[in-house]
Unconditional design. Structure first.
Ligand code: FBP
Length: 551
């Protein structure tokens, strides 16, 4: 069916299964957590998940442990189960392995179980569109990229009619559980669904799996979302190639925007892998309250400094979320969000300008027409600005070029500036998963199976101890509620899973700042090359993970 030699080889790869899942095991309760913020308010909104036995029970973590009575079969480990699985949001390498890990778990510990895959994402759950997943079919997707086995989608299951539709499907299919493979917004909805099902007395448990190439679904228990490792490796390969080209031709600056939404984890990891002349980091821009002019000045300074050394080439990495972090642009977006929530027509720009504050109106009118429409029109079903459709790299090229012309006229810059724009995002989302992602995803799928089978709901499956070899990885579940805080969305405070942004005191950012002045002027380009599946570097995870697990 058109599988390349490498894809066929990857079908035969067998991810290491953590030891704790190899023998008889049970799910036991561990430490407790509060919500990241707004604990009282959020628990009040989800009373059944926050106080499952009444009273004020803490939010309990669970972990998988070897069976305390090894000679005996756990009763719940014999029952055949009926489970559903859904892929939600953007593609991320390894998704198929989560489904396969879940299926393998059921086959081994709950023979006779049925796993249905909902088609086209959460819409499939609401419309009861699914297919039964069989071992034969799944074998053709082992360690393969993509979400095409069942497809994905960005529909939300959060409003009463959507929850009722999901409930109807779970009843019709008689599901014991549903596993939602998604990012922060999708898993915020998993939490709502889990609460709703408890309220309606359904037996269907809801378990989330942390997916997103953005790496922003991260916390004490989730050290990395799956897909981040592979996507960063794919982007770093391409950036490395471009850097060598820039160094060879010596005539272009390459402005490369990278996917990753609001957070700059992808950009930071790619910078650590490739050593560009400049990597803008959203979180630093926000911390210093830099505006658009400050960012433009910084890029122009680097270009001018290199021009003094006779170098008119280089690479600038730009996180796709940058527009939301420059304080003036961010203020503009907030005002636009409020106007959209009030029902102002996105196409009526004169009306919009009239209702913005004078500073925002001024900035809005000075943006290129393309960026203006993108800020107004590109929104996802969760109300977020769709940053992947905002071409910040082109805006920066235009504004940096203007600034350099101004400096040239003033006699302070004598170089040449020719720039090319790139955007890397979709290229990295469906690659063959790296060994790390293939193994991590298999373990996450198995973890989700163990949690549903133990009757838990409202948890995210977790795999820990990632610095150790995979056989020593730990398996657990963390309450989705504990990852939540209150956030202003579409004009209202809403309980949502908190996005993890780059920690400016963390090891990854510190490692970058210790080198960036050198990388700006020297050409210490590092070209990581393609993902390796065999050999000494095959099992290396991201530099970010290596630095963070040792913090
Ligand atoms: P998720 O958060 O759903 O994992 O999506 C990740 C992502 O790839 C972002 O990096 C990007 O901004 C967005 O999806 C693009 O969305 P779309 O696929 O709808 O164009």
């Amino acid at each position: 069916k058109g599988l390349s030699h490498l894809c066929l080889e990857r079908l035969a790869y067998v991810p290491v299964l953590p030891e704790v899942l190899r023998g008889k095991h049970e799910v036991v309760e561990g430490e407790s957590r509060g919500c990241v913020g707004g604990h009282e308010v959020i628990c009040g909104l989800f009373p059944r998940l926050s106080s499952p036995h009444g009273g004020h029970a803490p939010l309990r973590l669970v972990h998988v442990a070897p069976c305390s009575a090894p000679g005996e079969e756990q009763p719940q480990q014999q029952r055949a189960l009926r489970l559903g699985v859904v892929l939600s949001g953007g593609q991320a390498p390894g998704g198929h392995n989560v489904i396969i890990g879940l299926h393998d778990y059921l086959q081994r510990w709950h023979p006779g179980s049925t796993l249905v895959g909902f088609l086209g994402g959460p819409a499939g759950v609401m419309n009861n569109r699914y297919k039964v997943l069989t071992a034969d079919e799944l074998d053709g997707y082992r360690n393969q990229g993509g979400f095409h086995l069942i497809g994905s989608g960005r529909d939300a299951i959060s409003k009463p009619d959507q929850l009722a539709a999901a409930e109807k499907t779970c009843l019709e299919l008689d599901l014991d559980g549903i596993v939602v493979i998604g990012g922060d917004d999708s898993n915020t909805n998993s939490n709502t669904m889990a609460e709703h099902f408890l309220k309606q007395g359904l037996k269907t448990n809801v378990i989330g799996v942390p997916k997103t190439i953005d790496g922003d679904l991260k916390n004490a228990d989730v050290k990395s979302s799956f897909g981040f490792d592979t996507a960063c490796k794919v982007f770093s390969e391409m950036i490395g190639n471009i850097m060598i080209d820039a160094m060879s031709a010596k005539k272009y600056y390459h402005f490369i925007r990278l996917m990753g939404r609001a957070a700059s984890h992808v950009t930071l990891e790619c910078a650590l892998q490739t050593h560009p002349q400049l990597a803008l980091i959203c979180e630093e821009v926000a911390a210093h309250r830099w505006g658009l002019k400050d960012v433009v000045r910084q890029v122009a300074d680097m270009v001018a400094q290199r021009a003094e050394l006779g170098k008119n080439f280089g690479v600038v990495l730009i996180p796709e979320g940058l527009v939301e972090f420059m304080h003036d642009v961010s203020e503009l977006i907030t005002e636009l969000n409020e106007l959209m929530a009030q029902g102002v027509n996105a196409h009526d720009q004169p009306e919009i300008v009239a209702r913005l504050t004078p500073e925002s109106a001024d900035l809005f009118q000075n943006l290129t027409p393309g960026i203006r429409s993108e800020l107004l029109e590109e929104r996802d079903p969760h109300g977020n600005v769709q940053v992947s459709h905002i071409q910040t790299e082109k805006l920066l090229i235009t504004l940096v070029s203007r600034e350099l012309m101004r400096r040239k006229a003033a006699g302070t810059y004598r170089g040449k500036f020719a720039a090319l724009a790139h955007f890397f995002g979709y290229e990295g989302r469906c690659s063959l998963p790296s060994n790390f992602d293939a193994t991590y995803c298999n373990a996450l799928g198995q973890a989700a199976g163990a949690l549903v089978a133990s009757g838990r709901t409202g948890l995210m499956a977790t795999v820990g101890n990632l610095a150790a070899p995979a056989n020593k990885w730990t398996i657990g579940g963390t309450p989705l509620l504990s990852m939540m805080h209150l956030e202003r969305r579409a004009g209202r405070d809403r309980p949502v899973i908190k996005k993890a942004l780059v920690d400016l005191h963390g090891a990854a950012f510190t490692s970058y700042t210790s080198m960036r002045a050198i990388w700006a002027i020297q050409d210490w380009c590092r070209s990581p090359g393609p993902i390796q599946f065999k050999g000494p570097s095959a099992d290396l995870a991201t530099i970010t993970l290596a630095l963070e697990v040792n913090e």
